[in-house]
Design a protein around this ligand. Structure first.
Ligand SMILES: *Cc1c(COP(=O)(O)O)cnc(C)c1O
Length: 440
């Protein structure tokens, strides 16, 4: 049998890890995971880690979930994959129907891909192509928000505003308009969250008044801009933005890749603003954290603009694994758990427990901006030594059996929707211990 050290050494020699300066692994641990169960990951020495970030925001119902496992085993013996051009199959039809029903059929016509960035690119292409099919091919520009993150493929970088991801590639892509974000931490003294949203809407209106005739779509992460550091805003922003997009004849793309699937307290984050976008992107949690799957839902109006005898007016985007049956089946099992366990409702209690667990942390003198939206909780830290804080915190947390990966100086919890009260209490206590060890 291989020892844990062997796997680490071999991985460092053969695998280029994501979002990592590989040289940092000379001092930072690389953890070889042997198996997972529930909210816990286990390494080869039997050390366990509470997966408080849902393995990069994807795992909703724990590792090795018996219900999802069973569905996948059943699907494996029926159909692993068949191409989706000219063919269809049960899992992709059922998943599309169930998702459309969740929007009360405001959105449907699910278009599938495998990763979030591809879903974003599909939404951008569909919007662009819609305007061309509608005789308005001058509408070719896009708008994103300050601090936005929509993925790291070349097209998605054009609507992303997080320097660590974009800086090196400036010459490679076409930059979208970047407009003020409504995020609450930008409040000036005396300003409320709603005031900040109003200011951000004014900035958006100014751009649209000048430029809407050239603009295809505005893309946003509803309620929480996760990757920039859990920047949260009031739902009123989304309501006003929907109205602005209607007024200026511009599409609204909701990137719910991170915030969808119940993460913010409703199945779709847009529900909290009582709006629907023209395009809605889902990925991450949709397959329960099992398999790569993403999709874009859109309206009948958009769909009809492509429906035509001419081939070139169709949406010709293609991807080898479109609508993969195994991934769709994992997603169906995931949606079934939402229904069977009344997850949205039970998460209200879980979110309440998270809020309680945050209280002692909020009292720490170096902690500020404690914030929460459903099953996302975050706070900012002002450590004595800022440089390398996230890595120090990550390493120290591992020693306390926690998987936490701060973004800069923002520490966040984004746990699976099955943590017990005891696990939440442990998460709170250990996070505080790690904080004390990393801030002095
Ligand atoms: C993660 C994420 C993406 C990109 O998804 P990938 O599967 O990593 O390509 C896009 N948008 C948001 C909001 C995300 O959080």
């Amino acid at each position: 049998m291989q020892s844990a050290d062997d796997w680490v050494t071999r991985s460092l020699a053969s695998v280029w890890h994501p979002c990592t300066q590989m040289q940092h692994h000379e001092i930072m641990p690389l953890v070889a995971i042997s198996h997972g169960r529930g909210a816990w990951l286990y390494d080869h020495q039997g050390q366990r880690y509470l997966d408080a970030v849902s393995s990069w925001w994807v795992n909703l119902f724990g590792h090795a979930n018996p219900r999802i496992n069973q569905a996948l085993k059943d699907q494996l013996d029926k159909l692993e994959h068949a191409m989706l051009a000219g063919f269809t199959h049960e899992p992709v039809v059922q998943l599309s129907e169930r998702l459309a029903a969740k929007t009360n059929h405001a959105l449907g016509h699910c278009f599938y891909a495998s990763d979030g960035a591809s879903a974003v690119e599909i939404a951008l292409k569909m919007s662009f192509h819609y305007w061309r099919n509608s005789g308005r091919s001058e509408k070719q520009e896009f708008v994103c928000l300050q601090g936005s993150y929509h993925g790291e493929t070349v097209g998605a970088l054009g609507v992303t505003d997080v320097p660590v991801f974009t800086e090196a590639y400036g010459g490679m892509y076409r930059q979208a308009h970047v407009v003020m974000s409504p995020e609450a931490r930008q409040a000036k003294s005396g300003e409320s969250e709603v005031d900040v949203a109003a200011r951000a809407i004014l900035a958006m209106r100014t751009l649209l008044e000048r430029r809407a005739s050239q603009i295809a779509a505005v893309i946003v992460e509803p309620l929480v801009q996760c990757a920039v550091g859990m920047a949260m805003h009031d739902p009123v922003y989304l309501r006003s933005l929907r109205a602005l997009c209607d007024e200026f004849d511009v599409h609204l793309i909701a990137d719910e890749i991170a915030v969808g699937c119940g993460r913010t307290g409703t199945f779709f984050a847009c529900e909290q603003a009582a709006i629907w976008p023209d395009f809605l992107c889902l990925s991450k949690g949709i397959s329960g954290g099992y398999l790569p799957l993403s999709l874009v839902m859109t309206t009948d109006t958009i769909y009809q603009a492509f429906y035509h005898p001419e081939v070139a007016r169709g949406f010709l985007h293609s991807h080898s694994y479109t609508g993969n049956p195994l991934a769709c089946r994992a997603a169906l099992a995931t949606l079934q758990i939402f229904d069977d366990d009344d997850v949205i409702k039970r998460n209200q209690q879980r979110a309440e427990k998270l809020a309680q667990a945050l209280q002692p942390i909020a009292a720490h003198p170096q902690v500020s901006h404690v914030r929460q939206r459903g099953m996302i909780a975050a706070f900012d830290v002002s450590p004595t030594i800022r440089e390398g804080f996230a890595r120090r915190f990550f390493t120290t947390a591992l020693q306390k059996e926690l998987l936490l990966r701060p973004i800069g100086t923002t520490v966040y919890w984004m746990p699976p929707f099955m943590l017990s009260d005891e696990e939440i209490a442990l998460l709170g206590e250990r996070t505080l211990e790690v904080l004390q060890l990393t801030t002095h």
